[in-house]
Design a protein around this ligand. Structure first.
Ligand code: PGA
Length: 243
């Protein structure tokens, strides 16, 4: 995995945004995998600026998001659909039919997962997949486990994920207990994976993914097996690893 260690969160976000923008400049019809959470907020802010300054257009891209809570309606401000719309999509020229986010209100979530994989496969997988990492090492909502799923699946959220994500909700009991997530296969099918990590709170888990081992109990450690991963982090996240 290639490492880029940045001085600040802003610098990390700018490097990530330019990487995405250059991908789209080189291949206008790129398939981009988007992530939600606090980590990519700065990246999406910078992408909005790059779009506003006409540095990049998203008019021909196709988007696939990593995950969505289940059950949740798209107009719920806690949904990842809402997050993506507010933080990026409504500000740029992406075509709404080209936006793919698992439907957290699907009556048949298993069918929704199968449909999502079919669309992802028909698009040829992602050219660039943006990832954050949970404190427990999850990527998407692929939670630490003995076995990891390859395909998009309905997952029960780990208690530490529910606790971490409760900061966005009024009450911990409001956090949905399940989610639909792209599986490890969908993530690994990407031609280039961009893992973003910031903050001192992620230093321990960052150390684990660079300790020279892979384990399903730290799903992000499996990224060591992918041929093209770039990890962009701020120096707080990188505090416990050697350059
Ligand atoms: P965060 O979440 O960016 O809000 O820390 C990352 C994740 O859980 O994947």
């Amino acid at each position: 995995m290639k490492k880029i260690i940045c001085e600040t969160y802003e610098e990390m976000s700018a490097v990530a945004a330019f990487t995405i923008a250059v991908q789209v400049q080189v291949k206008a019809d790129s398939v981009i995998g988007f992530a939600t959470g606090s980590t990519p907020l700065g990246t999406y802010k910078k992408l909005r600026e790059l779009y506003a300054s006409k540095f990049v257009s998203f008019s021909a891209i196709t988007a696939f998001n990593l995950d969505e809570y289940y059950p949740i309606k798209r107009d719920n401000p806690q949904s990842y659909y809402y997050f993506m719309w507010e933080n990026l999509f409504r500000h740029v020229d992406i075509k709404p039919p080209q936006i793919n986010i698992p439907d957290g209100s699907a009556v048949d979530p298993e069918m929704e997962c199968a449909d999502y994989d079919a669309k992802l496969m028909a698009a040829g997988g992602t050219d660039l997949q943006i990832l954050g990492i949970g404190n427990n090492g999850h990527i998407g909502f692929n939670e630490p486990n003995e076995k990891l799923e390859l395909m998009t699946n309905l997952v029960k959220l780990a208690p530490d994920t529910i606790e971490a994500n409760s900061r966005f909700f009024d009450n911990i009991s409001d956090v949905p207990a399940q989610a639909i997530t792209m599986g490890m296969g969908g993530i690994f099918n990407s031609k280039h994976i961009l893992l973003l990590i910031n903050g001192e709170g992620k230093a321990e888990i960052t150390k684990k993914i660079f300790d020279g081992t892979v384990t399903a109990t730290v799903p992000a450690s499996l990224l060591n097996l992918h041929p093209n991963v770039t990890v962009i982090m701020d120096k707080q996240a990188a505090g416990l690893i050697c350059d």
